[in-house]
Design a protein around this ligand. Sequence first.
Ligand SMILES: [Zn+2]
Length: 213
Amino acid sequence: MSWRLARLQLPEPCLVASRRRKLHGCFSINIHSVYDFGRRFMITVYPSLEHFSQAAYDAMVRSLDLSRISCTCGMEGALYFNGSYKRRIKTKTDTYLLRVQRTRCRSCGATHAIFPADIIPYNQILLDEQIAIIRNHESGDGNRDLLNANPDIDENNVAAVIRRYDKVWMEENSDITADGSSQDSIVRKSFERTERQFLQIKRTSNIFVNRPT
Ligand SMILES: [Zn+2]
């Protein structure tokens, strides 16, 4: 049954009743499951890859034990691998398409793209480059070398990173990028404080997962 059909066939009074946890003779339904079906979330796997590449990404995915990861609906062991898609990634020196593995939850139907801690959701530039852009900007060194290294990263990209950091992250979390903080330390602190990846703007749920190293 499709999600649209399932939704159409649910009597509205039952949905309201289940929200209030008072069911008056109608069937019980997990409201979070209904509304998560077909929604797209993400999983961020910590720590970062040693050398970012498709092979390293694939090895990281293979190392995951999905039975020990809880879905955003709260169900543990319900995720399974479910297709993939291509995503454009800009590294320090080049740009390529990464094949991103997706999972789906048997319980609620939500999908979760698996990202290494190197990736910021909805952003093509890798996290280490964005941290470098912020540090170069704050130190006054500028980003000329970085722009020369990968022609696909332009001044508009750099300005967008700095703008996003200034507007959304700097006020409360500027200490996260303090001198000497490693990328993984920045990622961990960001998830501890905001439940999101560093520089992630959209508040889409992002599950933090420690992988075996
Ligand atoms: Zn779920």
